[in-house]
Write a protein that binds this ligand. Structure first.
Ligand code: NAD
Ligand code: ZN
Length: 355
Protein backbone atom coordinates (compact mmCIF):
# COMPACT_ATOMS: atom_id res chain seq x y z
CA UNK A 1 0.00 0.00 0.00
CA UNK A 2 1.30 3.44 -0.90
CA UNK A 3 0.92 6.22 1.59
CA UNK A 4 -1.66 8.83 0.73
CA UNK A 5 -0.12 11.73 2.58
CA UNK A 6 -1.52 15.06 3.55
CA UNK A 7 0.26 18.17 2.34
CA UNK A 8 0.16 21.83 3.33
CA UNK A 9 -2.95 23.25 1.62
CA UNK A 10 -1.76 26.79 0.97
CA UNK A 11 1.69 28.22 0.38
CA UNK A 12 2.70 31.81 -0.20
CA UNK A 13 6.33 32.42 -1.14
CA UNK A 14 8.33 35.55 -1.85
CA UNK A 15 10.27 38.41 -0.33
CA UNK A 16 7.97 40.54 1.81
CA UNK A 17 5.00 38.15 1.61
CA UNK A 18 4.71 38.25 5.42
CA UNK A 19 2.74 41.48 4.81
CA UNK A 20 -0.07 39.38 3.31
CA UNK A 21 -0.70 37.63 6.62
CA UNK A 22 -3.52 39.99 7.60
CA UNK A 23 -5.46 39.23 4.39
CA UNK A 24 -4.84 35.50 4.77
CA UNK A 25 -6.11 35.46 8.36
CA UNK A 26 -9.08 37.73 7.64
CA UNK A 27 -10.59 34.98 5.51
CA UNK A 28 -10.39 32.57 8.44
CA UNK A 29 -11.79 34.86 11.13
CA UNK A 30 -15.27 33.76 12.08
CA UNK A 31 -17.15 36.95 12.84
CA UNK A 32 -16.57 39.79 15.28
CA UNK A 33 -15.67 37.63 18.24
CA UNK A 34 -12.88 35.93 16.36
CA UNK A 35 -9.56 35.39 18.05
CA UNK A 36 -6.24 34.18 16.74
CA UNK A 37 -3.22 33.10 18.75
CA UNK A 38 0.23 34.17 17.62
CA UNK A 39 3.00 31.97 18.99
CA UNK A 40 6.22 33.85 18.33
CA UNK A 41 9.86 33.09 19.19
CA UNK A 42 10.81 35.58 21.92
CA UNK A 43 14.02 36.38 20.03
CA UNK A 44 11.74 38.75 18.04
CA UNK A 45 10.20 40.51 21.04
CA UNK A 46 12.10 43.71 20.29
CA UNK A 47 12.14 43.42 16.51
CA UNK A 48 9.89 44.96 13.87
CA UNK A 49 7.95 41.69 13.70
CA UNK A 50 6.11 42.85 16.83
CA UNK A 51 4.65 45.85 14.98
CA UNK A 52 4.00 43.84 11.84
CA UNK A 53 1.83 41.18 13.53
CA UNK A 54 -1.75 41.68 12.30
CA UNK A 55 -3.22 41.52 15.80
CA UNK A 56 -6.92 42.24 16.45
CA UNK A 57 -8.47 43.21 19.81
CA UNK A 58 -9.34 39.69 20.86
CA UNK A 59 -6.13 38.05 19.65
CA UNK A 60 -3.47 36.66 21.93
CA UNK A 61 0.28 36.94 21.37
CA UNK A 62 2.47 34.44 23.21
CA UNK A 63 6.21 35.14 23.14
CA UNK A 64 7.74 31.75 23.67
CA UNK A 65 11.21 30.67 24.67
CA UNK A 66 12.97 27.93 22.75
CA UNK A 67 16.31 27.82 24.59
CA UNK A 68 15.27 24.24 25.30
CA UNK A 69 13.70 22.26 22.48
CA UNK A 70 9.91 21.79 22.81
CA UNK A 71 8.70 19.65 25.67
CA UNK A 72 5.26 18.11 26.15
CA UNK A 73 4.85 19.95 29.48
CA UNK A 74 5.47 23.30 27.80
CA UNK A 75 2.91 22.52 25.09
CA UNK A 76 0.37 21.53 27.75
CA UNK A 77 0.99 24.76 29.70
CA UNK A 78 0.59 26.94 26.60
CA UNK A 79 -2.58 25.12 25.55
CA UNK A 80 -4.06 25.67 29.00
CA UNK A 81 -3.03 29.32 28.91
CA UNK A 82 -4.84 29.84 25.58
CA UNK A 83 -8.00 28.15 26.88
CA UNK A 84 -7.95 30.16 30.12
CA UNK A 85 -7.27 33.57 28.57
CA UNK A 86 -9.64 33.24 25.60
CA UNK A 87 -12.23 31.13 27.36
CA UNK A 88 -12.86 29.65 23.93
CA UNK A 89 -11.12 27.85 21.09
CA UNK A 90 -9.40 30.35 18.75
CA UNK A 91 -10.01 30.49 14.99
CA UNK A 92 -6.34 29.99 14.32
CA UNK A 93 -2.85 29.46 15.68
CA UNK A 94 0.09 31.11 13.93
CA UNK A 95 3.65 29.98 14.69
CA UNK A 96 6.49 32.34 13.82
CA UNK A 97 10.06 31.14 14.40
CA UNK A 98 12.38 28.22 13.71
CA UNK A 99 11.50 24.54 13.85
CA UNK A 100 10.96 24.65 17.61
CA UNK A 101 8.39 27.44 17.45
CA UNK A 102 6.61 25.97 14.44
CA UNK A 103 6.43 22.63 16.23
CA UNK A 104 4.99 24.23 19.36
CA UNK A 105 2.37 26.02 17.27
CA UNK A 106 1.39 22.77 15.55
CA UNK A 107 1.20 20.96 18.87
CA UNK A 108 -0.91 23.67 20.54
CA UNK A 109 -3.27 23.70 17.54
CA UNK A 110 -3.71 19.94 17.97
CA UNK A 111 -4.05 19.98 21.74
CA UNK A 112 -6.76 22.66 21.70
CA UNK A 113 -9.10 20.07 20.17
CA UNK A 114 -7.75 16.80 21.59
CA UNK A 115 -8.16 15.94 25.29
CA UNK A 116 -5.38 15.03 27.72
CA UNK A 117 -1.64 15.70 27.55
CA UNK A 118 0.43 16.01 24.40
CA UNK A 119 2.59 13.18 25.80
CA UNK A 120 -0.38 10.84 25.21
CA UNK A 121 -0.09 11.43 21.46
CA UNK A 122 3.64 10.89 20.90
CA UNK A 123 3.64 8.31 18.16
CA UNK A 124 1.95 7.67 14.84
CA UNK A 125 -1.68 8.60 14.08
CA UNK A 126 -2.84 8.76 17.69
CA UNK A 127 -4.48 12.17 17.18
CA UNK A 128 -8.19 11.71 16.52
CA UNK A 129 -9.64 15.23 16.16
CA UNK A 130 -8.67 17.81 13.51
CA UNK A 131 -6.55 20.67 14.83
CA UNK A 132 -7.49 24.33 14.92
CA UNK A 133 -6.52 26.08 11.62
CA UNK A 134 -2.76 26.63 11.88
CA UNK A 135 -0.17 28.64 10.00
CA UNK A 136 3.61 28.21 9.96
CA UNK A 137 6.02 31.05 9.27
CA UNK A 138 9.69 30.03 9.34
CA UNK A 139 12.42 32.41 10.48
CA UNK A 140 15.13 29.75 10.10
CA UNK A 141 15.29 27.29 7.23
CA UNK A 142 16.34 23.67 7.20
CA UNK A 143 14.19 21.53 9.46
CA UNK A 144 11.36 21.14 6.96
CA UNK A 145 8.97 21.51 9.93
CA UNK A 146 6.96 23.84 7.69
CA UNK A 147 5.92 20.89 5.49
CA UNK A 148 6.11 17.85 7.75
CA UNK A 149 3.31 15.84 9.37
CA UNK A 150 5.06 15.81 12.74
CA UNK A 151 5.84 18.03 15.69
CA UNK A 152 8.86 16.75 17.57
CA UNK A 153 8.41 16.85 21.34
CA UNK A 154 10.46 15.65 24.29
CA UNK A 155 8.18 13.93 26.77
CA UNK A 156 8.75 12.24 30.11
CA UNK A 157 9.66 8.97 28.41
CA UNK A 158 10.80 9.73 24.89
CA UNK A 159 11.59 12.24 22.22
CA UNK A 160 9.00 11.52 19.57
CA UNK A 161 6.67 13.50 17.36
CA UNK A 162 2.91 13.78 17.22
CA UNK A 163 2.77 12.30 13.71
CA UNK A 164 -0.60 12.70 12.04
CA UNK A 165 -2.34 14.15 9.00
CA UNK A 166 -3.88 16.75 11.30
CA UNK A 167 -0.42 17.99 12.29
CA UNK A 168 0.32 19.44 8.83
CA UNK A 169 -0.03 23.22 8.56
CA UNK A 170 -3.04 24.57 6.68
CA UNK A 171 -1.02 27.51 5.43
CA UNK A 172 2.66 28.41 5.31
CA UNK A 173 4.16 31.82 4.65
CA UNK A 174 7.65 31.55 3.16
CA UNK A 175 9.26 34.97 3.25
CA UNK A 176 13.05 34.78 2.72
CA UNK A 177 13.47 38.19 4.37
CA UNK A 178 12.54 36.64 7.71
CA UNK A 179 15.60 34.38 7.80
CA UNK A 180 18.15 37.02 6.87
CA UNK A 181 19.04 38.00 10.45
CA UNK A 182 19.76 34.52 11.81
CA UNK A 183 23.19 34.07 13.43
CA UNK A 184 25.71 32.46 11.06
CA UNK A 185 26.29 29.32 13.15
CA UNK A 186 22.58 28.67 13.77
CA UNK A 187 21.79 29.26 10.11
CA UNK A 188 24.45 26.70 9.17
CA UNK A 189 23.37 24.04 11.69
CA UNK A 190 19.71 24.31 10.74
CA UNK A 191 20.73 24.32 7.05
CA UNK A 192 22.73 21.15 7.66
CA UNK A 193 19.60 19.53 9.05
CA UNK A 194 18.22 19.92 5.53
CA UNK A 195 21.43 18.70 3.89
CA UNK A 196 21.42 15.61 6.13
CA UNK A 197 17.73 14.97 5.39
CA UNK A 198 18.73 14.81 1.72
CA UNK A 199 21.77 12.57 2.23
CA UNK A 200 19.75 10.16 4.36
CA UNK A 201 16.81 10.16 1.98
CA UNK A 202 18.91 9.80 -1.19
CA UNK A 203 21.06 6.95 0.15
CA UNK A 204 18.20 5.16 1.91
CA UNK A 205 16.46 1.96 0.92
CA UNK A 206 13.06 3.69 0.97
CA UNK A 207 14.02 6.03 -1.88
CA UNK A 208 11.62 6.51 -4.77
CA UNK A 209 11.47 8.98 -7.66
CA UNK A 210 9.27 11.40 -5.66
CA UNK A 211 11.81 11.65 -2.83
CA UNK A 212 14.73 11.67 -5.20
CA UNK A 213 13.43 14.59 -7.25
CA UNK A 214 12.95 16.80 -4.20
CA UNK A 215 16.06 15.48 -2.41
CA UNK A 216 18.49 16.09 -5.26
CA UNK A 217 17.26 19.65 -5.75
CA UNK A 218 17.52 20.44 -2.05
CA UNK A 219 20.98 18.84 -1.85
CA UNK A 220 22.29 21.04 -4.66
CA UNK A 221 20.68 24.17 -3.20
CA UNK A 222 22.32 23.53 0.20
CA UNK A 223 25.73 23.19 -1.42
CA UNK A 224 25.24 26.39 -3.41
CA UNK A 225 24.14 28.30 -0.31
CA UNK A 226 26.98 27.18 1.94
CA UNK A 227 29.82 27.07 -0.61
CA UNK A 228 29.13 30.32 -2.48
CA UNK A 229 28.14 33.84 -1.51
CA UNK A 230 25.11 34.85 -3.55
CA UNK A 231 22.39 37.47 -3.06
CA UNK A 232 19.67 34.84 -3.51
CA UNK A 233 21.02 32.52 -0.80
CA UNK A 234 18.11 33.15 1.59
CA UNK A 235 15.58 32.45 -1.17
CA UNK A 236 17.41 29.24 -2.04
CA UNK A 237 17.83 28.04 1.54
CA UNK A 238 14.13 28.52 2.19
CA UNK A 239 13.25 26.40 -0.85
CA UNK A 240 15.90 23.80 0.06
CA UNK A 241 14.19 23.33 3.42
CA UNK A 242 10.82 22.89 1.74
CA UNK A 243 12.16 20.41 -0.84
CA UNK A 244 14.19 18.53 1.79
CA UNK A 245 11.04 18.19 3.89
CA UNK A 246 9.10 16.94 0.87
CA UNK A 247 11.85 14.43 0.13
CA UNK A 248 11.65 12.78 3.56
CA UNK A 249 7.85 12.93 3.57
CA UNK A 250 7.88 10.01 1.16
CA UNK A 251 11.07 8.33 2.40
CA UNK A 252 12.75 8.54 5.78
CA UNK A 253 15.83 9.91 7.54
CA UNK A 254 18.61 7.61 8.71
CA UNK A 255 21.49 6.89 11.08
CA UNK A 256 22.44 10.49 11.79
CA UNK A 257 18.95 11.38 12.94
CA UNK A 258 18.62 8.25 15.06
CA UNK A 259 21.88 8.99 16.90
CA UNK A 260 21.14 12.69 17.12
CA UNK A 261 17.82 11.99 18.89
CA UNK A 262 19.70 10.01 21.55
CA UNK A 263 22.25 12.78 21.98
CA UNK A 264 19.53 15.36 22.26
CA UNK A 265 17.39 13.37 24.72
CA UNK A 266 20.25 12.80 27.17
CA UNK A 267 22.39 15.93 26.72
CA UNK A 268 19.77 18.45 25.53
CA UNK A 269 21.78 19.20 22.36
CA UNK A 270 19.63 21.01 19.78
CA UNK A 271 18.62 19.17 16.61
CA UNK A 272 20.67 21.00 13.96
CA UNK A 273 23.90 21.12 15.91
CA UNK A 274 23.35 17.57 17.19
CA UNK A 275 22.99 16.31 13.63
CA UNK A 276 26.14 18.14 12.62
CA UNK A 277 28.11 16.69 15.54
CA UNK A 278 26.96 13.15 14.72
CA UNK A 279 27.26 13.42 10.94
CA UNK A 280 30.98 14.21 11.12
CA UNK A 281 31.55 10.66 12.47
CA UNK A 282 29.48 8.83 9.86
CA UNK A 283 31.86 8.66 6.94
CA UNK A 284 31.66 4.86 6.93
CA UNK A 285 27.96 5.17 6.08
CA UNK A 286 27.70 8.42 4.12
CA UNK A 287 31.21 9.00 2.68
CA UNK A 288 30.32 11.52 -0.04
CA UNK A 289 27.85 13.48 2.07
CA UNK A 290 30.30 13.72 4.99
CA UNK A 291 33.09 14.96 2.70
CA UNK A 292 30.81 17.70 1.32
CA UNK A 293 29.57 18.56 4.80
CA UNK A 294 33.19 19.12 5.94
CA UNK A 295 33.82 21.36 2.93
CA UNK A 296 30.81 23.52 3.82
CA UNK A 297 31.79 23.64 7.50
CA UNK A 298 35.26 24.84 6.52
CA UNK A 299 33.91 27.39 4.05
CA UNK A 300 31.68 28.82 6.78
CA UNK A 301 34.67 29.02 9.18
CA UNK A 302 32.89 27.08 11.93
CA UNK A 303 34.24 24.49 14.40
CA UNK A 304 32.09 21.68 15.77
CA UNK A 305 31.89 21.10 19.52
CA UNK A 306 33.89 17.97 20.50
CA UNK A 307 34.16 15.57 23.46
CA UNK A 308 30.56 15.83 24.58
CA UNK A 309 30.10 12.13 25.29
CA UNK A 310 33.58 11.02 26.41
CA UNK A 311 33.53 10.15 30.11
CA UNK A 312 29.72 10.04 30.31
CA UNK A 313 28.07 7.82 32.97
CA UNK A 314 27.22 4.31 31.74
CA UNK A 315 23.47 4.66 32.39
CA UNK A 316 23.30 7.82 30.29
CA UNK A 317 25.14 6.12 27.46
CA UNK A 318 22.72 3.20 27.62
CA UNK A 319 19.78 5.62 27.52
CA UNK A 320 21.21 7.31 24.42
CA UNK A 321 21.43 3.95 22.70
CA UNK A 322 17.87 3.07 23.78
CA UNK A 323 16.47 6.32 22.36
CA UNK A 324 18.34 5.81 19.09
CA UNK A 325 17.25 2.18 18.68
CA UNK A 326 13.54 2.90 19.20
CA UNK A 327 13.58 4.64 15.82
CA UNK A 328 13.40 1.44 13.82
CA UNK A 329 12.20 2.88 10.47
CA UNK A 330 15.27 5.13 10.39
CA UNK A 331 17.64 2.17 10.78
CA UNK A 332 15.70 0.12 8.28
CA UNK A 333 15.81 2.94 5.75
CA UNK A 334 19.56 3.32 6.19
CA UNK A 335 20.65 -0.31 6.39
CA UNK A 336 17.83 -2.41 4.97
CA UNK A 337 15.41 -4.95 6.40
CA UNK A 338 18.18 -6.92 8.13
CA UNK A 339 19.58 -3.84 9.88
CA UNK A 340 19.60 -5.57 13.27
CA UNK A 341 22.34 -7.86 11.98
CA UNK A 342 24.42 -4.87 10.92
CA UNK A 343 23.91 -2.44 13.80
CA UNK A 344 24.56 -3.46 17.39
CA UNK A 345 24.50 -1.62 20.71
CA UNK A 346 28.29 -1.89 20.80
CA UNK A 347 28.75 -0.21 17.42
CA UNK A 348 26.41 2.60 18.48
CA UNK A 349 28.25 3.08 21.78
CA UNK A 350 31.57 3.19 19.96
CA UNK A 351 30.23 5.91 17.67
CA UNK A 352 28.79 7.93 20.57
CA UNK A 353 32.04 7.75 22.53
CA UNK A 354 33.90 9.43 19.67
CA UNK A 355 31.61 12.48 19.87
P1 NAD B 1 15.08 26.55 16.71
O1 NAD B 1 13.70 26.87 16.34
O2 NAD B 1 15.31 25.58 17.82
O3 NAD B 1 15.84 27.90 17.02
C1 NAD B 1 17.24 27.90 17.32
C2 NAD B 1 17.66 29.26 17.85
O4 NAD B 1 17.58 30.25 16.81
C3 NAD B 1 16.74 29.75 18.96
O5 NAD B 1 17.54 30.37 19.94
C4 NAD B 1 15.85 30.78 18.26
O6 NAD B 1 15.38 31.73 19.17
C5 NAD B 1 16.79 31.37 17.25
N1 NAD B 1 16.19 31.96 16.04
C6 NAD B 1 15.19 31.49 15.27
N2 NAD B 1 15.02 32.29 14.18
C7 NAD B 1 15.89 33.31 14.30
C8 NAD B 1 16.19 34.46 13.50
N3 NAD B 1 15.60 34.69 12.33
N4 NAD B 1 17.14 35.31 13.96
C9 NAD B 1 17.80 35.06 15.11
N5 NAD B 1 17.59 33.98 15.89
C10 NAD B 1 16.65 33.11 15.48
O7 NAD B 1 15.94 26.02 15.44
P2 NAD B 1 15.63 25.08 14.24
O8 NAD B 1 16.91 24.45 13.91
O9 NAD B 1 14.88 25.78 13.18
O10 NAD B 1 14.63 23.99 14.83
C11 NAD B 1 15.04 22.90 15.60
C12 NAD B 1 13.80 22.26 16.13
O11 NAD B 1 13.02 21.76 15.06
C13 NAD B 1 14.05 21.09 17.06
O12 NAD B 1 13.18 21.21 18.16
C14 NAD B 1 13.70 19.89 16.23
O13 NAD B 1 13.26 18.80 17.01
C15 NAD B 1 12.62 20.43 15.35
N6 NAD B 1 12.47 19.73 14.09
C16 NAD B 1 11.21 19.49 13.67
C17 NAD B 1 10.98 18.83 12.49
C18 NAD B 1 9.59 18.57 12.05
O14 NAD B 1 9.39 17.98 10.99
N7 NAD B 1 8.58 18.96 12.77
C19 NAD B 1 12.05 18.44 11.68
C20 NAD B 1 13.34 18.71 12.12
C21 NAD B 1 13.52 19.37 13.33
ZN1 ZN C 1 16.17 16.78 10.94
Amino acid sequence: MYRNFKMVSNVVYGRGCFSQLDDILSEKRKGRNSSMVFIVDDVFEDSDIRERLPVNDRDLVLWINVDDEPKTVYVDELTQQVKTVLNDIPDGVIGIGGGSTMDIAKAVALMLTNPGSSADYQGWDLIKQPAVYHVGIPTLSGTGAEVSRTTVLTGPEKKLGLNSDYTVFDQIVLDPELISGAPKDQRFYTGMDCFIHCVESLTGTYLNAFSQGYGEKAYDLCKAVFLEEAPENDDNLMMASYFGGMSIAYSQVGICHALSYGLSFVLGVHHGIGNSIVFDYLEDFYAEGVAEFRQMLKRQGLELPRNLVAGIEQDKLEKMVDVALVLEPLWENALGMDWKKKMTRDIIKELYLKM
